[in-house]
Structures are given as C-alpha cells and as structure tokens.
Write a protein that binds this ligand. Sequence first.
Ligand SMILES: Nc1ncnc2c1ncn2[C@@H]1O[C@H](COP(=O)(O)OP(=O)(O)OP(=O)(O)O)[C@@H](O)[C@H]1O
Length: 536
Amino acid sequence: MENSTTTQKEEIEVDEDNQSFEELSLDPRLLRALIKKGIEKPTPIQRVAIPLILEGKDVVARAKTGSGKTFAYLLPLLQKLFSDTGSNNRLGPSALVLVPTRELCHQVYSEVNSIIELCRAQLKVAQLTSTMSTIEMKQALSGPADILVSTPACVHTCLKAGALQPKAIQESLSMLVLDEADLLLSYGYEDDLRSLTAHVPRRCQCLLMSATSSADVEKLKKLILHNPYVLTLPEVGGTNDELIPKNVQQFWFGIRSAVLNAELPQNSRLHMLEEFNAGLFDYLIATDISQAGKDQEVSEKKSEGKKSNKRRKPKLDAEFGVVRGIDFKNVHTVINFEMPQSVAGYVHRIGRTGRAFATGASVSLVSPDEMEAFDELKATVAEKASDDTNYIAPFPLLTKNAVESLRYRAEDVFRSVTSFAVRESRAQDLRNEMLNSEKLKSHFEANPRDLDLLKHDKVLSKKEPPAHLRDVPEYLLDPTTQEASKIVKLARAAMGNNRKPGQQGLKRKSRKRDPLKTLSAEGPKQRKRVKRNNQK
Ligand SMILES: Nc1ncnc2c1ncn2[C@@H]1O[C@H](COP(=O)(O)OP(=O)(O)OP(=O)(O)O)[C@@H](O)[C@H]1O
C-alpha cells in the first residue's frame, strides 16, 4: 500500500506498510506498553506523525475517524516528557491536551493513564472537568501535573479563578495538542482558546489533530501553529475523496421507533403514545424519571438525617410521572435498560405489558451495582406471589454469542449518545413543539416577529442516526437469536397482532414524519382520527 501525504513544506511518501514502532525510534518502555495493549504496528498517520513530532515540529494531522490519531500524538508526547521530567521546577503542566467534550476528556485521560502505568513512568496526568469546584481543579493541577487534559472552557475557568496562573503556562508549557480540532470552534470555544493562546510561549510545540479539514481548522492553525507540517492522510483502503473506506460494508433497514422523553410537555408525550398505540412505530424508548421525581429524591435524601427517629413517609415513586394513568397498547416486551428505583416503579413499568388478557414479558438488564436492590426486588415479588412460580427468571436467550455479536454496535451507539447530542435533541423537540402548538398559534398571529425569530433560530444539528446502525443485519445475529425472533413473530401473530410492517397507518405514513426528528402536537381533529385507527 502506498499513501501519499501532503505537507506544507514538502511531499512525504509513506510506502512501507509494514514499518514497525521500533523503526519510529520509540522508547522501549512505550514499545512494551504497546505490546501489552496488543498494538503491533503503526497506522499510516502514526508512521508519519510520530517522527515529526519527536523532532519537535508543529504538526497538523488530518486523518479519518478511527485512524489512530490519539496515539499519533500521545506516544511522542510521552516520550518527550520521559526525558524532560524533573529537569526544572515547573509551576504548571508541561503538556496540555484540549478536547471538545467531557467524554473525550475522560477517554484521553484514561488512555494516557493506562500507558503511563504500563510504562511505570513517573508522570502525573490530570483532567479538568466542568463539574469540578475550584478547589478540586487546584488539587488536580497540584504537583504540578505533567499532562493536563481538558476542554478549553475548563482551562479558561481555571485561569479566571486563579487556579492556573498565566505565568505557569508561559514558563512550563512545552506541548499543546488540539484534539478533534474540527469540533473545537463549532462547540463555541473560540474565546476560551484565544484567552489561553495569549499565554502559550512561542517555543511551545503545537499539534492539531482533526478528522476533517474545514475553515475552523484553518482558523485554529493560523491562531496557534507556527509554520506546521500539514499531514493529510487517506483512509486505509480508500482514496482521499471517499468518505467511507472500502473495507466497511454498509447496511440500512428502518426500525420504526420513537423517543418518549419525560421532560417533553405532557401533550407531546400523550401524542407520542397515541401514535405508538396506533401502531406507527414498534419501539418506544422512554425515560420515566422526571426532574420533579429526582428533586424529590434529593430533598428526601438531604432530610434523611433529621428524620431518622421518625417513621419515614413512603417514598413517592419517581417512575409515576410518566407511566401512571397512561395506557400503552400491544406492548409485547418491556426492557428495563436501567433498573427502576423502587418495587412500585418496577411493577408500574412492567405493567405496560400484559394489559387485560394479553400476555407479555419483561427483561431487566441488571448491572453488578444494581444487584443488591434487584435481589430485594426479587424477594418482594416472590413474597407476594400466590404460587411457587419463579417470577423473575434468568433470561435464556441471552447467550454469550448473542451478546458478543452485538457488543461493538452497542458501544458504537453508546458513544454517539453524548450529553451534547441529547441536549440538542431536546432543544430541537421543544422548538418544533412551539412551532406546531395550537395554543401558541394566536400568539404568533399577533406577534409574527416571534414566529420569525423562532423559525430562524440557530438550526440545531439534530443528526440522523448513522445508516450503519439502523438495523442489526442478520449476519450479526446468532442462530438462537434468529430462532427467537421467529418465535416472537409467531407469538405476535397468535396474539392477534399480525400487522405487517407498513400495513397499519398507511395514510399517516404518507406524511413522511420521522418521530425521531419531529414532534408536533396536532389539533383535535387529527387526534380523533388516530384514536379511530386505534379502535379498528
Ligand atoms: N497502531 C494501532 N494498531 C491497532 N489499533 C490501534 C492502533 N492505533 C490506535 N489503535 C486503536 O484504534 C482505535 C481508534 O483510535 P483513535 O481513537 O486514536 O482514532 P482517531 O483517529 O482519534 O479517531 P477519531 O477521529 O474518531 O477520534 C482505538 O481503539 C485505538 O486504541
């Protein structure tokens, strides 16, 4: 394989596909750590970037997602710190890695920590997160830390609060990394970055890692780097212009699903439920702990001490907010992704299935730290049982194979559900809600400017679910799961729900609504029609 890499200064050819980490002159401690991590040979971006960074050059590395950019800067960064350590009485960190989100901050921090431990190196790494108090930030920085991983906003907060002195940065900082640089500006960190760069000394080596090139990356490059080497790498198996490498097979298959969010207005939630009951989608993903429930829990916990010798009031169940009084129709299975916080919550949740004479099932995913509460729940349920039936049984279909084949997809999905994505999604839902609200209609008629402002408000980046995650292709399912899914379909047919996908709600389907993207509370006329559909 031959990769050509363009740089601002010269053209570099990477033509040795089987070059080893040893040939990149990495420290033996790092080589041993990589072996322990099962990492055998460098990726193309690592082959080019590591020697340049070791030479002390400023580097802009653009390579696609998953191409190994983190080790491309982390390995040479650590190697340089191995030789620097103890050489002066630093006041601040030697290296600063800036990332756009808290999740990434934690990921990079853990990666650095794990290599340091494997190398048994005397280096201290610290992370700053927005949830820390000034005292905690000072503690994290004390020592001082050799490597600091943070978002630009947290560094700015530290500078403002005096937890980090500009002088300490000027005197100590020898490496600055902007990871996921293509996102840093779009996440609104420009001012934070500017306030930091004013203190970054000219001798500091700066690295900018990015998955795409954009005007933002160019802007950052000009703001921070000095005459850098610009590396632009094609993905393995693809050309520079291809978005997706050839070694990725892509599938899509629509799963009709909707998200029921406890923080949405009541009428939106009810509308969702009507659509679910009318058979517009097969899966409903719901939260049921309302903020009110959480607040109540916190206030109860706070006052627990005072009440210790009184009989505690029965705990108001946090799950009631969404499920009480709401009739879900034709629910075959309730999956407890997280365990409810009380027996009553459990009973109410799984009571969404098996309505009237219908049969149903519930599957609870119990993590080790929920096990104690789960045992109590099992005991309570068994106590109330009228016969010896084992009410909560181990789930026979959850074989190791079935789980393993889905693990990577699940992790992929989990990574994309960042708190930022959730926040944006909620804001988008609420905006749509206002735009479609019957109650606000007259207000908007009287105040067209308000409507105009709302319509032209910042377009939020509510992303489509990635195509490759839309469905589980058959080849990923083990035979037991495939068999089980056939049985579920047969059972549904036997229970009278033999609706074929797309058969029900054809009229509404033509509206091309994607419940994950829009959430409109519609007028009474529309609602009635849904109800009639439902009664058929
Ligand atoms: N040389 C290598 N050999 C095998 N696996 C590697 C190698 N380098 C990195 N990895 C692994 O590849 C995965 C992706 O690496 P990394 O997160 O650094 O990619 P990235 O280019 O930063 O992607 P993104 O732009 O999405 O952040 C990680 O799990 C990492 O441990």
